[in-house]
Design a protein around this ligand. Structure first.
Ligand code: SF4
Ligand SMILES: [Zn+2]
Length: 275
């Protein structure tokens, strides 16, 4: 893999989603290789970006992530906003998660809970900062995993919400997401960040151990590279058709007023359990 191949793949995606240099973009930084690559490349290509990080307060792992992110933003000379989970929500992710799981939602995996809370915080803060898009680090492997997971759950049409840009959802309270790495393989991103010696935390989040996604990833890793490519090719083929099934209607949560598909948003449903 050469560095320019990855950069060309990203440029192609940015062209497809018609991203303008004047668009204000908030990059969701986790400290990992993917979101670091998003910030680094968008900045290199001349886009107007700011960094945003949710400090989940998961011990040393979170401290290392924050340190890497601060280094990156300093190197790129971009503004960084940090949301402190303990300060803003009264508890770190581990406490919230165990509270939710012990209150009857024990079947919910760590990442499912974390994902819901993070998405909700991110949308609210991005709206407050008046950005046009939130850029996330989802890569091609992530999308293929999600696709397989949705098939295994018996709901393949849930993948309609994937894509390099949020489509068909236009709501003043909802900030659209873009995924600049939508066409890039995970291994290529790892190689890219290592070659450039970018400040990245390569260790896995300690809370991710029981994640369903990790089980699917392990399964995918038992396959030959050729079989993996075939799944990805198939995903790309059916994806445009799935997009037409997408439900674009948003309501507002009766409890917090944030955009929601149901009467009460997922975040309020979860947090209601630990109150
Ligand atoms: S790996 Fe899972 S628990 Fe850890 S930060 Fe990511 S979503 Fe949250
Ligand atoms: Zn709500």
């Amino acid at each position: 893999m050469n560095l320019t191949k990855l950069e060309s793949q990203i440029k192609k995606t940015l062209k497809e989603i018609k991203l303008k240099k004047s668009d204000k973009i908030l990059v969701a930084l986790s400290g990992g290789k993917d979101s670091t690559t998003v910030a680094y490349t968008l900045h290199k290509f001349g886009y107007k970006i700011q960094g945003f990080h949710i400090d989940l307060k998961i011990g040393k792992y979170s401290e290392d992530c924050l340190k890497s992110i601060k280094q990156l933003c300093e190197d790129l000379k971009i503004k960084l906003y940090v949301y402190d989970m303990k300060k803003e929500m009264g508890a770190g992710m581990c406490y919230l998660r165990s509270g939710i799981q012990s209150c009857g939602k024990g079947t919910l995996k760590n990442c499912a809970i974390c994902g819901v809370l993070k998405k909700s915080i991110m949308n609210k803060q991005a709206r407050r900062l008046k950005v046009k898009y939130i850029a996330t680090g989802h890569n091609l492997d992530d999308e293929a995993q999600t696709f397989l997971m949705n098939i295994m759950k018996g709901s393949p049409n849930l993948s309609a919400n994937s894509g390099s840009i949020t489509k068909n959802v236009s709501d003043k309270k909802f900030v659209p997401r873009i995924k600049p790495l939508f066409d890039v393989l995970e291994n290529d991103i790892r190689e890219y960040t290592k070659k450039l010696k970018l400040p990245v935390v390569y260790t896995q989040c300690p809370c991710a151990l029981d994640s369903y996604r990790i089980q699917v990833r392990k399964f995918l890793n038992t396959l030959e590279e050729k079989d993996k490519q075939n799944i990805l090719k198939y995903f790309n083929k059916v994806f445009p058709r799935l997009q037409t099934l997408k439900d674009s209607k948003l309501k507002y949560c009766e409890s917090c007023g944030e955009p929601s598909r149901g009467k009460t948003c997922k975040k309020c449903k979860l947090l209601g359990l630990v109150k």
